[in-house]
Ligand binder design. Sequence first.
Ligand code: GLN
Ligand code: ZN
Length: 769
Amino acid sequence: MTSRSAAAAARATVHGYPRQGPNRELKKAIEGYWKGRVDADALRATAADLRRGNWQQLAAAGVHEVPTGDFSYYDHVLDTSVMVGAIPARHRAAVAVDGLDGYFAMARGTQDVAPLEMTKWFDTNYHYLVPELGPDTVFAADSSEQVAQLTEARGLGLAARPVLVGPVTYLLLAKPAPGVAAGFDPLTLLDRLLPVYAEVLADLRAAGARWVQLDEPALVQDRSPAALNAAARAYRDLGTLTDRPQLLVASYFDRLGEALPVLAKAPVEGLALDFTGPAAGNLQDLAAVGGLPGKRLVAGVVNGRNVWINHYEQSLATLGTLLGLAEQVDVSSSCSLLHVPLDTGAERDIDPQIVRWLAFARQKTTEIVTLARGLARGTGAIAAELAANRADLASRAGSTLTHDPAVRARAAAVTDADGRRSQPYAERSAAQRAHLRLPLLPTTTIGSFPQTAGLRTARADLRAGRLDTEGYEERISAEIREVLAFQEKAGIDVLVHGEPERNDMVQYFAEQLTGYLATQHGWVQSYGTRYVRPPILAGDISRPEPMTVRWTRYAQSLTERPVKGMLTGPVTMLAWSFVRDDQPLGDTARQVALALRDEVNALEAAGTSVIQVDEPALRETLPLRAAGHAAYLAWATEAFRLTTGGVRPDTQIHTHMCYAEFGDILRAIEDLDADVISLEAARSHMQVASELATAGYPREVGPGVYDIHSPRVPDVTAATALLRKGLAAIPAERLWVNPDCGLKTRGWPEVREAVENLVTAAREIRGGL
Ligand code: GLN
Ligand code: ZN
């Protein structure tokens, strides 16, 4: 390998591009199709236009090889299930009648048939549809969609590289189909799956593909020897096929670790590696395995999942090192750009100086092209870009937004004691009992009540100027009165104000904290046609004014019973935002925690005796590799304790988490030092209650008895049965009665009935104790 020729040949590419279009045209077309307003041909035409627009934009920016097959009507893992013929039995009839309708039925379910389960795509906020496999699964290749998209791109005269989910990742992400034993390991289907991939590869080659990318991000997680063996076998088999394009095996989101030597030795022509964030260690690891002699390396040096401009000099240094480690080095995003918004150019409300610190998909493409040019022709060829990049980085580093001396001084002065309540749990608990005087099995809810159409309209009217602040606030007050009246009448013990003023549990706080930016058009796909606009945590965080005190105090003024204050915790504030990359996450979390601490203390001063700090993202932000868990949990739990550590012993701190699988964070839950935790448990039949009990969790627990994700209302018998199960694990003195999560997505009629049933169940059990 000669590094000079590797450099000269450096090309620019990306792993994938946002699908939605500049004005979320795809969402509109698909939802229109679901409502019968858009026909299938029109939907397909919109999709084809969007793909063409993306490719032309990429090509015009100077990208040498565009991705195909990264587009999806809903989700690329679902597309893979279709490509390999893994259609669940319950959906086969629908798919046979109409491919597109059957596809959407798998994604969303129908009146009679349940959809595939949805879960998070690694540690991103994108969600995929989980393949359902079993010993009877018969795979069959359907390369039509991949071939069609490749043909479209080639028809534009572009060099195109189909991108597929790789076979090992596909199996590792799958779960046993309903009715299949839970112990079934989808990986045992590898030998059946590989011939299907072989067929798809042959079809793509016949359609003109020179390269095909196979994404194996599942290999950046801690994997068993069996999984690593499967990877070795898969790429030996696919690599030794004769009728195939050249293969590029891609990984992202973390280091490949022990999977790197496996893939480096495989008979494939190239690897794509992430060199950003926690994956930066790939650089040393690659050197340690002797590089990729004779192969193509696609270097992901532009972070595909965050919004900050690239550091050109650092990237060029990385690329320079990589030149000595592969035959050819190309420049790319670290992962698909699907995880970032489309274009900073659409943001009119962000200070133009600050916009220059940001790079969305379109800007990242330009960065990649620039870096490839710098690599191929030397830094002289990109002198102007380098100078501008240096200036933008300096502007960010020197800004008062990113460096607020008061915030920094306060964070630096934090001591261990700040994160510790003044009394140990046992003493606090007694003080709280005396102060709150709640019955056994106290009832409460998780915070939100139905976000009605009326509330959403009021918010939209306020934004559009059709409603003045006074009118809007009157709407909110009226809603709070109604929510309070209902809870009093239903007999709830610890009330909530219902969160009617909150558009979103992160955005609401982000809008009020200094240091956060909001975008106008920064939409990112969460799943299917659902897009979110995560706020950007850009600077040092401070809280100019109280954020929740007013409405909480108003609610408390309406009742004698305790009203629970309600805040989003620091970890969740980070997890559902774009976070800064110029300081450790733990430092950012500490700043957010201090701002929230002021809010917690202000709530207490305003007479709030119960304060809930929601941390639904605590578990989901756990690093992909176990090696990172301890450090993460240390700063995450510290941030929570800092948020809540300043209150009196008799003020009761609650926390709330949704989503199961708490097993690996039980210790961390204890480290939060909250007084009460409410968790999702209805669907897993209180399993979490017994897990906590087994782990010796000594505090109060509210395992949910109402599954708010389902329109089904639990009757008194069902709620009572769940409570009895909870009581078997947790003594009555420490058991709370509440739903699984907030009620904002449910309708009033079901909420009314469910909450009343839950109170009745609690009372019946209390009576028998
Ligand atoms: N307090 C929030 C609510 O009730 C909690 C939401 C969540 O856990 N995701 O809506
Ligand atoms: Zn929840």
